[in-house]
Each structure stands twice: as C-alpha cells, then as structure tokens.
Design a protein. Structure first.
Length: 195
C-alpha cells in the first residue's frame, strides 16, 4: 500500500501544532496508557481549512491505492465524524456506529444495508487499536467487508494482518503503561485531557 509522502506528514504535523492540537505534558490516553504528547483532534473542527486538508489527504490515500469503498463507517465519536465527511466528499453512503455499555453497535436497519458492501473504516487517532479493531470486527460480523482503515495519526504503528491501515501521520509517539511510565517516576502531574 502506498502512503502519503514525508513532506505531507511533516506539513500536517506543523498544521496541527499551529492550531494548538498537539500538546506536551503527561497525559492519560483513552487506552489507559500515559504519554508525553496528546493530540486534541477536536481542534481540527475549529479550522475548516485544516479539516478540509485532512479530508483531501484521506481522498488521496484512497486514490493512489485505487480503493473505491461503497460505504464509510467509523468508531464513535471522531471516527464517525470523519467517516461522514468522507462519505459526503466521495458521494457514497455513511452508516453511523454507536456505543453503549456493551460495546459498539449499529441500528438493525443499518446492518441490512451494509451486507456484502466494501467498507472504509475511518478513525482519527490509533494508539492501542482497540476502538478501530472492535469496529472492524463488528462490521465484518454484520456481513460487510472492511477493506481499508484510514486514520489521521497511527501513534504506535498498530497493524493488523487482515486489513491495511493508511495513516496521514505515522510518526510514533511514546506510550507507557502506568507501571512503566517515566513521567510518573519523575512525579509529573497526570492530566486527563478529556476531563
């Protein structure tokens, strides 16, 4: 699979930094791990030009790899947002995924709609791969064929044998369990960026 060039990756990281989306410190991630860097991807939606550039690069990743999904889906919440915008851009259907205490799901009327369709799964950030992995497995369990995962930033190099992952940014970011976190050892205060 072809990826975006290094210049595009550097430019996107620079744009994220300029808009205040990249934060440095000691952060609790959704996965439960700790990191010295947090990406506040919600900031992207404050800047339409930046959001449109992300969508353009997603489109280019599909184009250079000759992938033409028939449906876009993504894990809740940000994955759904990016998937809906990509579906609009590509003039294809978007099917929302939802989440409750039992995990990810979609409405029964949507399950019938995706049967035997080629689905592009869109995610914002991948750290442990938990959310996007559950989404892919659920979509496949509903009779659809997830063919590609697009993501803004694959922070850890997460991969799967059964589906290619195409990130705009693939620069690795340190991630630690609570027990092995050097920032905790230094006594740096832990911040929950979603609080």
């Amino acid at each position: 699979m072809k990826k975006v060039g290094e210049n595009i990756e550097i430019a996107m990281m620079s744009d994220l930094n300029k808009c205040g989306a990249i934060k440095h410190g000691h952060f609790l991630l959704t996965s439960g791990n700790h990191s010295n860097l947090y990406i506040d991807k919600d900031m992207i939606f404050h800047f339409p030009e930046l959001r449109n550039r992300v969508l353009y690069f997603f489109d280019q990743l599909l184009y250079i790899n000759n992938i033409k999904p028939t449906i876009f889906m993504g894990p809740p919440q940000a994955g759904n947002l990016f998937a809906s915008m990509m579906a609009h851009k590509m003039k294809t259907p978007f099917i929302p995924m939802e989440k409750n205490k039992h995990g990810m799901f979609m409405r029964p009327r949507h399950r019938a709609f995706i049967m035997n369709e080629e689905v592009c799964v869109v995610e914002d950030m991948i750290t442990s791969g938990g959310s996007v992995g559950k989404a892919v497995d659920y979509i496949r369990g509903c009779g659809a064929a997830p063919t590609i995962i697009l993501c803004l930033w694959n922070r850890t190099g997460y991969s799967r044998d059964d589906i290619p992952i195409l990130p705009i940014i693939s620069t690795l970011v340190a991630s630690y369990t609570k027990e092995e976190c050097p920032l905790c050892d230094e006594g740096m205060a832990l911040q929950d960026p979603k609080a």
